[in-house]
Design a binder for this molecule. Structure first.
Ligand SMILES: Nc1ncnc2c1ncn2[C@@H]1O[C@H](COP(=O)(O)OP(=O)(O)OP(=O)(O)O)[C@@H](O)[C@H]1O
Ligand code: SF4
Ligand SMILES: [Mg+2]
Length: 370
């Protein structure tokens, strides 16, 4: 059976801008090892053929349930984890073709802010020493100039110059995330992967960190990949939204179009669970049946077919490709695009089967997450 997901380059940009980040058919498969000889018994397809672009100054919100591959996508983009296949371009440059020296330079421009600021900081170093060290490694500044830069970025992130002499445990959670953001900012990056940057924080300070990220974006012309499972936060901060399910992108759209009328049944279900402020617009919550299937043995055809309320026969047999509507709203669903269109797109992208799977293997495709 061929489960290759072949997605078209997405999404096309109407203004002909050059993307900051460009992914094509990106894959990250983790080997599953068993036995004393660590034999590879299979693969977790954490990211399985993802393509999208992020444009200058844009915030691309990547959403989906836990385990769908959001964080892995962010880390593979930055080469913190090696890709299994596909490509990543940063401002037109192939990130995976970069030499060690070039990669060090690229790392300066592409930063990451993790969910848990405490584990992102060295508990034995003052935050000033940690930031100075990074400035030295990247050849940006040393000595008094480095300290000046530390104080500058700490102040810009809402902290005080004297915080430079403090250790991570001496900060509150929100302050620690400010330190992590300041550390990323110190290198003067262009692109930041913000991986659930507020999920570990108290609700009362989440909005402060979001506001800080927005202010910094405007001031320093930053481009963000904002990873989150919280669709309310993404609605606030993102310009466009991508929805992942079992390692694949199933929908990509401008924020307004996405929140007003999601096209993919999975997105529809996710959005139905978001609380609304206006009670007259109350939506009926769509409860998805069944467990999330295992990413090591995803369902045939549409990966969502085991839980989709609208499942049809063809959904089990033909992989729906992520294709655009006339308005540039991308969705991978046979209700949105006729299956023939997906088959043709898959063939055009080199998949001889056209994404048509044999049906015998369907029986084994409902295994729960391992
Ligand atoms: N180092 C690893 N080795 C093996 N499997 C991994 C590894 N890292 C992640 N995975 C698996 O890859 C899949 C995607 O994980 P990932 O962390 O990217 O999900 P996520 O969407 O960020 O989830 P969450 O919302 O919980 O953070 C999961 O099934 C996870 O178990
Ligand atoms: S392709 Fe079929 S199973 Fe998949 S989301 Fe669309 S209707 Fe549901
Ligand atoms: Mg994650």
């Amino acid at each position: 059976m061929n489960r290759t997901s072949v997605t078209e380059p997405t999404p096309l940009d109407t203004q002909d801008r050059k993307p900051v980040i460009s992914l094509r058919n990106l894959k990250k498969h983790f080997p599953i090892r068993t036995g004393v000889f660590s034999r590879v018994a299979g693969h977790v397809k954490a990211v399985d053929g993802v393509s999208f672009d992020i444009y200058p100054g844009e915030t691309f919100g990547l959403v989906g349930e836990s385990g769908c591959g959001k964080s892995t996508t962010g880390q593979v983009i930055l080469r913190l984890l090696p890709a299994t296949g596909g490509s990543v371009h940063y401002r037109g440059e192939d990130v995976y073709a970069a030499s060690g020296e070039r990669m060090r330079a690229l790392r300066k421009e592409m930063q990451i802010v993790f969910q848990d600021p405490y584990s992102a900081l060295n508990p034995r170093m003052t935050v000033g020493a940690a930031i100075r060290e990074i400035l030295g490694v990247h050849g940006i500044a040393t000595g008094a100039a480095a300290q000046h830069r530390v104080e500058q970025v700490l102040s810009r992130c809402g902290l005080q110059p004297y915080h430079s002499d403090r250790y991570p445990h001496e900060f509150s959670g929100g302050q620690r995330q400010r330190v992590v953001i300041a550390r990323a900012l110190a290198l003067d990056p262009n692109f930041i992967v913000a991986d659930e940057p507020i999920s570990a924080l108290d609700v009362s300070i989440q909005s402060q960190i979001i506001n800080l990220l927005e202010d910094l974006q405007e001031e320093f012309d930053l481009t963000y990949l904002f990873v989150s499972h919280d669709l309310s936060v993404v609605k606030h901060i993102a310009d466009r939204v991508g929805v992942m399910y079992l390692g694949k992108l199933v929908e990509v759209a401008e924020k307004k179009a996405f929140y007003e009328k999601p096209l993919h049944p999975y997105s529809e279900a996710l959005l139905s669970a978001v609380p609304v402020s206006d009670p007259s617009h109350k939506k009926e919550r769509i409860i998805l049946k069944g467990d999330v299937p295992s990413p090591s043995n995803p369902p045939s055809g549409c990966p969502f077919h085991t839980r989709c309320p609208y499942v049809m026969d063809v959904c089990r047999k033909v992989v729906p490709q992520l294709l655009p509507t006339e308005t540039g709203h991308y969705a991978a669903c046979h209700l949105v695009h006729p299956p023939e269109k997906s088959i043709a797109a898959a063939k055009a992208a080199g998949d001889e089967t056209g994404g048509v799977v044999d049906t015998e293997s369907q029986e084994s495709s409902n295994a729960p997450v391992s």
